[in-house]
Design a protein around this ligand. Structure first.
Ligand code: HEM
Ligand code: HEM
Length: 187
């Protein structure tokens, strides 16, 4: 491949995702997948669903006290930053971020909120007040289906950003390491 600059063979790596974020992510993926797979086995389904709820609870705390890139303050975008990033994306000139980019950060919040809502409707279904309420079951199922679309967008975004900045973001969520920033990278 032709290149106009000499790249050092070993690029400097920095730790971006701490161990809690990484364990959280892959445990969340497993618990959500297992909740879907066990939707007809009620006890198991509830177990994996509540595991997910516990993980979300831990992540909310870690978002306040965790390492820099884990903290909500470092990646939750305001509407202006989000829109300007999306405009940049549409023009194919969005910048690289070490932590979550503004679109990814917004999706993280949407995913956490949606998972919270699914857990909440699931919990309500078991309470006396709502037991056997089919509307609530329908809402729970609808939210789960919307979640699937969001997960598709999330994984699509991860692949797109990986391609655009020539890096493997999935691997980074396993090792915690990313290529150190260059002058165009945002923190
Ligand atoms: C059940 C499905 C999934 C859910 C609910 C989910 C949720 C999340 C959440 C909440 C985060 C934020 C992590 C944090 O800051 O704590 C995240 C990040 C991430 N997820 Fe997922 N995820 C799912 C599936 C996947 C899959 C299948 C992949 C790999 C193909 C993946 C790759 C990533 C990556 C690479 C990041 C970091 C993105 C970045 O570099 O900014 N996720 N995901
Ligand atoms: C990641 C989390 C979850 C996902 C993706 C999820 C998804 C689903 C789906 C797709 C169904 C099938 C709906 C239908 O066919 O009628 C279902 C049913 C159900 N879910 Fe969840 N759910 C989750 C968490 C929970 C939690 C935390 C609870 C709380 C106890 C819960 C309780 C239930 C109940 C009681 C049903 C009805 C099962 C039955 O038909 O007897 N879910 N869920």
């Amino acid at each position: 491949m032709a290149s106009h600059t000499f790249e050092p063979i070993q690029q400097r790596q920095v730790r971006v995702w701490d161990v809690i974020v990484r364990l959280f992510h892959w445990s969340l993926v497993a618990s959500v997948a297992l909740a879907f797979l066990t939707e007809d086995a009620r006890k198991l389904h509830e177990f994996f669903g509540y595991t997910m709820v516990g993980l979300i609870g831990l992540r909310l705390v870690w978002g306040l006290i965790g390492s820099h890139h884990a903290r909500f303050a470092s990646f939750v975008p305001g509407p202006r930053r989000l829109v300007s990033y999306l405009v940049d994306m549409a023009r194919g000139r969005e910048r690289r971020y070490l932590g979550h980019n503004p679109a990814g950060g917004a999706m993280v919040i949407a995913l956490l909120a949606m998972l919270g809502a699914i857990g909440w409707t699931g919990y309500l279904m078991g309470t006396d007040a709502y037991f056997g309420d089919e509307r609530l079951e329908d809402i729970h199922e609808l939210l789960a289906n919307i979640l699937l679309v969001m997960i598709g967008l999330h994984v699509g975004g991860v692949i797109l950003a990986s391609l655009r900045h020539s890096e493997n973001l999935v691997l980074a969520m396993i090792t915690g390491q990313k290529r150190a920033d260059d002058e165009t990278t945002k923190h």
